[in-house]
Design a protein around this ligand. Structure first.
Ligand SMILES: C[S@@+](CC[C@H](N)C(=O)[O-])C[C@H]1O[C@@H](n2cnc3c(N)ncnc32)[C@H](O)[C@@H]1O
Length: 285
């Protein structure tokens, strides 16, 4: 498992190896249009670096959040900038956590810079990146945890820097990103969770119907698509997934995710039973 660069709710770190194992053994380029913390791409690049399957040419990661893509660009091109920034800011944070958190959050909300966004993901409550609907203000409160040390962070940035050698990044909507894939490419989609993630990640405008159409177009061009979807919960009784069109996918893999993180947060203080969640991994081939 590749250590996470960002603390990001709903990340696929725990399942990344499994997801990569379902990719074809050889393909041209890899596209990940809902990049988030990049857990799946990192795992794929790690297997590539270690001469394991799959073999592919280049990885293209994209997301609608420019300051998130900015972090990947910095890790790829000037890792020392991020390492130094984290060190000096986190050292101050440890002196007066609340004051420093609000300083970072205010600064980020003023200029949307990638360096502060990275700090927020490491220090905010449970990695829940939440934007206020009315004005887009990043409003997540401070987390109670101790952020990883500058030394640990430096090791992670250096590892990711190495992994990102054959990857490039761009800020764009999934439709545009997916339109760039051609025959022989693979796309992995992990869209915002349809049942509970509307308030986070700035995903308010996401429409799953648009994704079905885009997947259909890509499939017709000879692109292979993998899609993660939230599936069932409450002892697998209640289906919280969306209606999946019949014509798009050939295989459905059920991934046991354990208790849902969002449920755990929303039910703080309550006793929870049977709140198991399964994710679906859908393949078009
Ligand atoms: C469930 S998260 C992806 C998590 C990722 N697999 C990981 O391991 O961290 C969904 C991502 O989709 C992005 N997103 C939401 N709407 C989008 C859109 N219309 N186009 C592209 N990305 C979008 C969000 O910013 C968020 O980073």
């Amino acid at each position: 498992m590749i250590p996470a660069l960002l603390k990001w709710i709903g990340n696929k770190q725990r399942f990344a190896e499994l997801i990569v194992s379902y990719m074809p053994t050889e393909f041209n380029n890899y596209y990940e249009p809902f990049l988030g913390s990049g857990a799946v791409m990192a795992e794929l690049l790690y297997s590539d670096e270690n001469k394991m399957y799959p073999h592919f040419s280049h990885a293209y990661g994209s997301d609608v959040l420019p300051f998130l893509i900015g972090i990947f660009d910095i890790v790829k091109n000037e890792p020392a900038v991020l390492i130094d920034y984290y060190k000096s800011e986190i050292e101050q944070y440890m002196q007066d956590r609340n004051a420093k958190y609000f300083e970072i959050r205010d600064r980020f909300n003023e200029n949307h810079n990638a360096l502060d966004f990275c700090l927020l993901s490491r220090t905010c409550y449970s990695g829940i990146i939440r934007f206020r609907k009315s004005d887009g203000y990043m409003s997540t409160p401070i987390g109670p945890h101790k952020p990883i040390s500058p030394d640990t962070f430096m090791k992670r940035v250096n590892l990711w820097h190495q992994l990102l050698e054959k990857a490039s990044f761009a800020t764009m909507d999934f439709e545009k990103a997916m339109s760039q894939a051609t025959a022989g490419d693979v796309i992995y989609c992990d869209p915002p969770y349809t049942h509970s993630q509307r308030i986070i990640y700035g995903a308010q405008n996401f429409k799953i119907e648009q994704l079905w159409d885009t997947i259909r177009d890509c499939k017709q061009r000879g692109v292979k698509i993998m899609l993660s979807l939230n599936g069932t919960r409450e002892s697998r009784k209640k289906n919280i997934s969306v209606e999946i069109p019949d014509d798009l996918f050939k295989r459905k893999i059920i991934i046991d995710c354990g208790t849902s993180m969002i449920d755990r947060l929303q039910n703080t203080g309550k006793i929870m039973t049977n709140e198991n969640v399964d994710d679906l991994l859908m393949l078009t081939w």
